[in-house]
Design a protein around this ligand. Structure first.
Ligand SMILES: [Zn+2]
Length: 327
């Protein structure tokens, strides 16, 4: 009797387990594949600890590679020669020199990206990567990323931006007020009426940002008027295309040491997950980084060692400033 009951119980348990497995298997097999995120780092540029394309992309990889549901692929040194790198990408993020030298506008590359964008892949650019000539890539960047640096309209001063509040958006998850000195480009070219754009990082640019004369990157009457009015300037934004594809532009990252600031990097990391359609954790992506990691994979510039660079950087420049006032 006892044995029978146990057997019966076991049988019931077994069928229950089978049933559970089956119900578990169904959603698993129906689950979407991992999101493929391709980061493209341009060749070396600028001075020590500036425009660190490769090191920056490898830090992003370090922080996101353990997250469930995403595969990170970093292409260093320029555009991938193997078309397979971009194939099936859910998001493409480019950190490179912009303007005429932008990796994405060289022969045939916008055409290579277009089918991906038509399928709804995300498109993001970091720092100088947000700039392309108006007549070459400008419209594509506007369509895919929802904004770009347009010469004689946008500007690139160095200033300390204080970010005191954030929109209700997955990219803002867990981000606390912070202030960082960077070459924050602003007065981007956005779509008419900001259609589809959500500003993520906005700050009032101080009058000093307008000290330079007019020029393709330094000033123009329209931006002077906006700064004089004290209008908030958007230096990072999210974009949703009519086809559901997503865009993200981030104008900071001139200064590599800004990766030290946890909220600064959280915005970038959250955004890249969001861009690919992956889930952003409730408190955002937490990724502790120490200087040893931050100073890894730097481009060779003037043949100097990371420790020398760090020592001089501390002396010469203040990268991270405290928030001066409560939000
Ligand atoms: Zn720069």
């Amino acid at each position: 009797m006892y044995t029978k009951l146990v057997t019966k119980g076991l049988l019931a348990l077994t069928s229950l387990t089978v049933a559970l497995c089956l119900t578990h298997l169904a959603p698993l097999s129906a689950q979407a594949a991992n999101k493929k995120i391709v980061l493209i780092a341009g060749p070396p540029s600028h001075g020590v600890l500036q425009h660190e394309h490769k090191a920056g992309c490898l830090l992003i990889e370090h922080c996101l590679q353990g997250i469930q549901g995403v595969d990170i692929l970093v292409q260093t040194g320029g555009w991938p020669e193997d078309p397979g790198v971009l194939e099936g990408a859910d998001a493409v993020v480019i950190f490179c020199t912009g303007g005429n030298a932008h990796l994405a506008i060289q022969e045939g590359r916008l055409e290579q990206l277009k089918p991906l964008m038509d399928q709804g892949a995300g498109f993001g650019c970091l720092h100088y990567g947000v700039e392309v000539p108006k007549e070459k890539g400008g419209q594509a960047f506007l369509d895919w990323m929802g904004g770009y640096f347009e010469t004689h309209w946008s500007v690139n001063p160095h200033w300390t931006a204080e970010f005191k509040s954030f929109p209700d958006h997955p990219i803002s998850r867990g981000v606390k007020p912070f202030a960082v000195n960077d070459e924050w480009y602003f007065h981007m070219r956005f779509p008419e009426g900001m259609q589809g754009v959500t500003p993520i990082l906005s700050a009032v640019a101080p009058p000093e940002t307008m000290e330079r004369g007019d020029g393709p990157h330094s000033g123009n009457p329209a931006v002077r008027e906006a700064v004089a009015k004290g209008l908030p300037q958007h230096v990072a934004w999210a974009y949703e295309r009519p086809n559901g594809g997503r865009g993200f532009g981030f104008t900071g990252l001139h200064n590599h040491l800004n990766w030290r600031q946890p909220d600064f990097r959280k915005v970038i990391l959250n955004a890249i997950l969001w861009l690919a359609g992956a889930e952003v954790p409730t408190q955002g992506v937490d990724c502790p980084l120490d200087d040893q990691l931050i100073l890894s994979n730097l481009d060779e510039k003037r043949g100097r060692l990371p420790l020398d660079i760090l020592r001089d950087a501390r002396k010469n420049e203040s990268y991270i400033s405290p928030v001066r006032a409560n939000p």
